[in-house]
Design a protein around this ligand. Structure first.
Ligand code: SAH
Ligand code: SF4
Ligand code: F3S
Length: 406
């Protein structure tokens, strides 16, 4: 087995694709039996959903046939997530089950484990990182050429630190009416539990002219709703345009009926944002604002950059300014050193703020992160108990809220 590290495989083509959803559907149904068919399986967050569309668009442009039937695929690309151990376990078992002739791991786990993936799962043929997905058409061609030969090739590409903007412009979307639009890549907040900065790289904001072009092309193709995506959208900044300005610009795009955004980091969320949200008539009045913990001690250890009081004030201001605005959150229970008192502080916040929805996670130790230096001392059963308690509470609150709003 030969492991090749291919360099500089970025596609040069700048041609816009004439790919539309309609012919995407036709392609999916009419692939001829002898052509290799590619199945892209997505794990993780909305950023990955969008990245899988990007990958599909690029492969389509390069002449590959796409299939949505895993059993018919000769090439399987797993677009992976590293955020918690469980997310990774799902990927490892999916790789184990895959019957495809050629298998690739792309996305966050590719950056997390790099070429060691070939040792762990020898049947994997290529490993391609989050910023390297533009190279996939060329990498696949290389793999195909050598597959089954004496010098069978393995390729890993995980070193790029930016993406060519052209990868976003193939026009490939899974939904006819709604499109995800990446406004920034990466994150440099380094919350102590989080692997994202290590697998997605430093924060890069896209040129807003490119973002606007993408949205306008989407609208021409029939899209009427969009969601702006970033790990921390509020940190968006391109030249003099910040996120608050971008909201005003997007709101004025003709033909766009509705838009939203995820995710907001509380420390970068401001009253100016709430005023812009209230002002923008096309913007969904919805804010996902992960608090993670209601204990100041734990927030500090998490390196979140705000206190419980700051968050509670922010939530109040949001509800005063953005009338009828929905508010949702993420919470981690069982972070290293979390005592019963810390947990109760979080429980109280959930009870008092009355989020419309909450996503509750059990702390999972992640490679590279600062929290690996802390002792993961909350026992599994205790994490489960805390998780169940907050989940139950939030479910009750969500039920009441939904009943009252209908
Ligand atoms: N950029 C987003 C979060 C992306 S990860 C933000 O800052 O809010 C999505 C969620 O996964 C996080 O909000 C957090 O609640 C959870 N999460 C991240 N790392 C985790 C870990 N190591 N263990 C458990 N949950 C984690
Ligand atoms: Fe992770 Fe924190 Fe960045 Fe969110 S803001 S992606 S939790 S490091
Ligand atoms: Fe997972 Fe990567 Fe998203 S770690 S949550 S797929 S940024």
């Amino acid at each position: 087995m030969k492991i090749n590290k291919e360099a500089s495989l970025t596609p040069k083509s700048k041609r816009p694709s004439d790919f539309s959803l309609k012919n995407a559907r036709n392609l999916l149904g009419q692939t001829s039996e002898c052509q290799p068919k590619v199945f892209v399986k997505t794990f993780g967050c909305q950023m990955n959903v969008r990245d899988s569309e990007v990958i599909s668009g690029l492969l389509d442009k390069a002449g590959y046939k796409l299939t949505d039937d895993e059993t018919k695929a000769n090439i399987e690309i797993l677009n992976t997530c590293s955020v918690r151990q469980l997310a990774e376990e799902k990927v490892w078992s999916a790789v184990g089950r895959s019957k495809a002739k050629i298998i690739g791991i792309v996305g966050c786990m590719a950056n997390n484990y790099r070429e060691s993936i070939f040792e762990k799962v020898p049947k994997v043929d290529f490993v391609v990182g989050t910023a390297d997905i533009g190279k996939l058409p060329k990498i696949l061609k290389e793999i195909e050429k050598h597959k089954g030969g004496i010098l069978e090739k393995k390729i890993y590409e995980t070193d790029a630190d930016f993406r060519e903007d052209e990868i976003y412009h193939t026009g490939f979307h899974l939904d006819k009416e709604h499109a995800f639009v990446v406004i920034s890549e990466g994150c440099e907040n380094f919350c102590s539990y989080c692997v994202v900065p290590y697998v997605r790289g430093r924060l890069r904001s896209r040129d807003y002219n490119d973002i606007l072009k993408e949205i306008k092309d989407d609208i021409e193709a029939g899209i009427t709703k969009i969601t702006l995506l970033g790990q921390n959208v509020n940190a968006y900044k391109y030249e003099k345009t910040d996120f608050v300005k971008l909201i005003g610009i997007v709101n004025s795009i003709k033909g766009l009926n509705e838009f939203g955004f995820v995710t907001s980091q509380p420390k970068d969320t401001s009253v100016e944002l709430f005023l812009a949200m209230q002002e923008a008539d096309k913007l969904k009045k919805y804010l996902h604002l992960p608090i993670q913990s209601g204990s100041d001690r734990i927030l500090k250890a998490m390196n979140r950059g705000y206190t419980r009081k700051y968050y509670l004030d922010l939530a109040d201001k949001y509800r005063t300014i953005v009338r009828n605005g929905a508010l949702t959150t993420d919470i981690i229970v069982g972070f290293p050193g979390e005592t019963e008192k810390d947990f109760q502080d979080t429980y109280d916040v959930v009870k008092n703020v009355e989020f419309n929805a909450g996503f509750i996670f059990k702390y999972s130790i992640r490679p590279h992160t600062e929290a690996t230096k802390m002792v993961d001392d909350v026992p599994k059963e205790e994490k489960e108990r805390r998780h169940a308690l907050i989940l139950e509470l939030q479910k009750k609150i969500s039920r009441n809220k939904n009943a009252n709003s209908s």
